[in-house]
Design a protein around this ligand. Sequence first.
Ligand code: GLC
Length: 425
Amino acid sequence: MKQRPGPWLLLVALMFLLTGCGERPGGLRFAVGGAPHEAAFWQVLVEEFRAETGIDVRLDRQPTDTDLRRQELVFALQARQSDPDLFLLDGAWLAQFAAADWLMPLDPEEMEADAFFERVIAMADTYEGALVALPVYVDGGVLYYREDLLAAHQIDGPPETWSELIEIGARVQAGQRARDPHFYAYVWQGAQYEGLVCNFLEIAASAGGGIRFEEGDVEIDTPANRRALSLMVDLIHRHEISPPNVYTEMKEEESRLFFQNGRALFERNWPYAWARHRAADSPVRDQVRIAKLPHFAGGRSASTLGGWHIGVSRFSDHPEEARRFVRYAVSRAVQKRLAIELGWNPGRTDIYGDPDVRAANPHFAVLADIFAQAVARPTVPYYPIASKALQRHLSAALSGRLTVAEALRGSQEAVEEIAATYAEP
Ligand code: GLC
């Protein structure tokens, strides 16, 4: 009679299956987040890369929120984990990763660094003279608007100043409320996270303000910045043209869906939303248009410079293969698809003149202007910590727990302390 395997044998077999005999299954691990359709895009790419090179790349799916994505990576890198081998990095935290020595230097020639936006390579992707990442795409804040609703109210075009936005917004909102009691004129990203700082910075810059986080040169509590934060508070509480959930929960996807479902006249978001608004299943597909963000009278339109980069972990066990994937992800062919399929703005400049890219994205012409004026966030390594302090105070002002003056004075003091603690001796 045959003996049946003992329970221990089953256990060993199970462990063998689960751990893939001690080998890490799937070759390279690539951490990516973003909206669901973006993960689908990367999935297609890694499959094609495997077919071409025989190298397996598994996607580690990350959240959409940049702060949560950073946290996950920081845990892995602080523990010197070899997984993930590569990841997408927000320009906002690149300096922190580079200063911590978590990024494998890349060869500029091999990566064709010359083909990318020079300013972005210099400001974000180069650390102490070494190339540590490459820009996959660049971002800047834009204004989406409903052309049909403006026309229905005999308004010629999008607002150029914030007062125009308020005036037009209130008028159209009042008209639309009869049909939809939850209609609001303007949605943006006001939740307590990095996006709030981006929204604040561009409004501040449109009033002639801005932020600086350098030690001995912290600039937050200024008259222009107070004007900007007052405007944000007023949009919600005084003019009531932005819904209260702007500050309780609106990040990129929440505002995009609100607008896309036809419930708002204006929306501040990044360029990725364009392709979603224009998708076949979008209720506002034919009505949406894009413009520069408004500015204060006497100021000029400004957008926060954003964007995502690709880098290789210092602790990767497969640096050669990882670099090969980086080369592939930022190749002309892939960058072109990224522009056409996702509507993202490629980090490579040699894509913009391509006739297919132009045909698929006629709005890139508006964006070129926007990027030229985009304002960068401070590039200090302790940026994420200082940004958190600013987020807390801005959010307290939006919810009415602090006055605008208290919030900016409080952030100024908090960031001065952070800068003094983290700055190099
Ligand atoms: C976008 C930008 C990024 C920014 C983030 C804030 O993803 O590309 O730079 O930090 O939004 O939510």
